[in-house]
Design a protein around this ligand. Structure first.
Ligand SMILES: CC(C)(COP(=O)(O)OP(=O)(O)OC[C@H]1O[C@@H](n2cnc3c(N)ncnc32)[C@H](O)[C@@H]1OP(=O)(O)O)[C@@H](O)C(=O)NCCC(=O)NCCS
Length: 181
């Protein structure tokens, strides 16, 4: 888990996403749903982010306190996807002054919204923001058994550069991946 660092006010930014909603709504309601957008998370989003995090991971979960920290942390990018008031997923990236590499700490999409390109869009936007903030590369760890996430990362150009045996709370091995930004 990350060490909690100093806070600063973060700027709300909203990004429009061309997102084709499919499985999480019926065709009759399709036109009524607000478009999916990406924006920086606010403190008021923490309960919804916590819900996505805790329904996505069995262990190594971010706490509400950690999420609150990363909303305002100057070295963090906590980005979420929402459709109107519904939070559909988020990702958390942070950087350190002593490293040119940003780190993707968490990415999770609510179950009903998976498989529709949202993970890719969130990660691409987080990569762009990390690059704007001066990071030269992005690094991450992923469970060796998480083939869906590994597929997402490979699709976006990440490659494996290391292994961490027994890295996760449940004893699973971690794979280290990185990409130049
Ligand atoms: C991993 C996760 C974030 C992917 O988000 P997503 O929105 O479902 O992914 P996308 O729809 O953007 O798909 C991106 C790529 O992931 C892979 N992928 C997505 N769903 C997949 C599935 N069911 N089976 C196999 N590969 C899949 C594909 O490579 C896909 O690219 P493609 O659509 O061009 O084939 C999401 O499944 C999730 O929240 N999982 C639980 C939390 C988690 O494991 N996070 C990663 C921790 S390291």
């Amino acid at each position: 888990m990350p060490i909690l660092l100093a806070k600063q006010h973060c700027v709300l930014r909203e990004f429009s996403v061309n997102f084709q909603k499919r499985s999480f709504m019926s065709s009759s309601s399709r036109s009524a749903l607000p478009p999916v957008r990406l924006r920086r998370a606010l403190i008021s989003d923490v309960p919804a982010l916590f819900e996505v995090e805790h329904t996505s991971f069995d262990g190594d979960q971010l706490s509400a306190r950690q999420l609150r920290h990363w909303v305002d942390a100057p070295n963090g990018i906590l980005l979420l996807a929402h459709s109107g008031a519904a939070v559909l997923g988020f990702c958390l990236v942070f950087s350190r002054a002593d490293s040119p590499a940003a780190r993707l700490y968490s990415i999770a999409i609510s179950r009903a919204a998976r498989g529709q390109g949202l993970g890719k869009k969130l990660l691409r936007r987080a990569e762009a923001l990390a690059r704007e903030q001066g990071s030269a590369s992005m690094r991450l760890e992923v469970a060796a058994s998480n083939h869906v996430a590994i597929g997402l990362y490979q699709k976006l150009g990440y490659h494996i550069f290391g292994h961490k045996p027994g890295y996760y709370e449940d004893g699973q091995d971690g794979i280290r991946m990185q990409k130049a930004l």
